[in-house]
Design a protein around this ligand. Structure first.
Ligand code: GLU
Length: 424
């Protein structure tokens, strides 16, 4: 009999949501008590203060975190989020999901996540660089190419990964590209990494539409969130022939039943930073956008946007979780009971990002670089295999697709922990 004695360190709605998902999956596979809590709770975390000198000469102290959920199956892996609503509990939940995601798709990693409470849009480039470097400096002894390997997430990008890699390399005294992924190509980044998450989402959407016998050129798509993941998903789906009828960012959304010119929206964002006043359709709120009638709905921003308030109002055929944790457990239940929506769960749907991060890490460790076609072919191969295993698990046990994905991910981590034993 095992019983966890834990504090409220991570306690939050989103951490409780991730824990409940775990409990349900652990029950479904009869995970032995002795291994449950070891598999469930994060291994360790670090919280740091990050003083940054501002352009006006003043100093602001930001707070940052890194949570390493599981290190039993390899170095932990996961992005770093810069967002004003980051909390330790959120980072812990995201780290937990990274464990199941890397495990599900068969990568030799554990799960981790980092975060800083900051709105990066409020910082100058110099301030952003100081903050990024300071974060890495505080983390030098906590992570590394064989310990924990960060990557971009909401609010971070290639340039930030480049600064972090440079900071780490200066500390250890030699170039160490494998310490972070999602770097610029000039610093050992991989072909295809920037678009990998969105390309993976779009590829899986295409495959599931094929299963549903819906021609992709007849599919209408709504995307909530137009950052790296949302915009790359949109571009890739347009490439497959789908019509994007609504997009949004935190300033609101645009709806156009005739189709949105995604390339034009991206050009607009590159100069204006936000979608506000883009035109190209009528304005719509983020809430209303989620309830639009469409073939595919892809939440591609933050957690917990599909809730018990709107789950029964969704009018999509396929719900593609491009974001991590976009659907609450209560909403999940409603969607399952409705039975008219196919769901591609986050740990499968957005795994393209970390898969190509793995390729980047391999290329860095071997100093041998691959072409884009090779990267994309290998990415799609892994996604095909993961999709097949999730759907087989779903069929075999009569699980929902989320439960199928989570049980597969959790089982492998639990097996590895059991096989390694418990250090006395
Ligand atoms: N932040 C991404 C995710 O949530 C990518 C992580 C990575 O590439 O390590 O999966």
């Amino acid at each position: 009999m095992s019983k966890a004695i834990v504090s409220s360190l991570y306690d939050s709605d989103v951490f409780r949501m991730a824990c409940r998902q775990f409990d349900k999956a652990a029950d479904a596979i009869n995970l032995p008590e002795a291994i449950r809590d070891r598999t469930k709770y994060p291994r360790r975390c670090l919280a740091v203060s990050l003083p940054v000198r501002r352009t006006d000469g003043s100093v602001t102290v930001f707070e940052g975190y890194r949570v390493q959920h599981n290190l039993s199956t390899g170095p932990s892996k996961g992005g770093i989020r810069f967002h004003q609503s980051v909390t330790l509990g959120e980072v812990a939940a995201l780290a937990m999901w990274m464990s199941w995601k890397t495990s599900l798709v068969g990568l030799p990693y554990g799960g981790a996540k980092g975060g800083v409470i900051v709105d990066p849009n409020q910082l100058s480039q110099a301030e952003l660089e100081h903050l990024s470097r300071r974060y890495m400096q505080e983390m030098v002894s906590f992570l590394g190419p064989h310990t924990d390997v960060p990557a971009p997430d909401v609010g971070t990008n290639e340039r930030i990964m480049g600064w972090m890699m440079d900071t780490y390399s200066n500390h250890v005294g030699h170039l160490s590209p494998a310490v972070v992924t999602g770097k610029p190509l000039s610093l050992g980044g991989s072909q295809g990494r920037r678009e990998a998450t969105g390309a993976g989402v779009a590829y899986l959407v295409k495959k599931y539409l094929e299963d549903l016998k819906i021609p992709i050129n007849k599919a209408t798509v709504v995307i909530q969130g137009f950052g790296n993941v949302g915009s790359e998903t949109a571009l890739a789906l347009v490439g497959y022939g789908a019509k994007i009828i609504a997009i949004s960012d935190y300033t609101g959304g645009i709806h156009n039943a005739k189709g949105i010119d995604v390339q034009k929206a991206l050009t607009y964002i590159s100069s204006q930073r936000v979608l506000k006043d883009f035109g190209g359709g009528e304005h719509i709120t983020n809430e209303d956008l989620l309830e639009l009638k469409c073939t595919v709905l892809a939440p591609a921003a933050l957690e917990r946007v599909i809730t018990d308030k709107n789950a029964h109002k969704l009018k999509c055929r396929l719900l593609a979780e491009a974001a991590n944790g976009p659907t609450t457990n209560a909403a999940d239940k409603i969607i399952e009971a409705r039975g008219d929506i196919e769901l591609i769960p986050d740990v499968l749907c957005n795994s393209g990002g970390v898969i190509v991060s793995y390729f980047e890490w391999l290329q860095n460790l071997s100093s041998f670089y691959w072409g884009r076609d090779e990267v994309m072919e290998k990415l799609y191969g892994i996604l095909d295999k993961a999709k097949a295993s999730v759907d087989a698990q779903k069929k075999k046990f009569g699980f929902s697709r989320r439960l199928a994905a989570l049980t597969l991910g959790i089982q492998r981590v639990a097996d590895a922990k059991a096989a390694r034993g418990l250090f006395p």
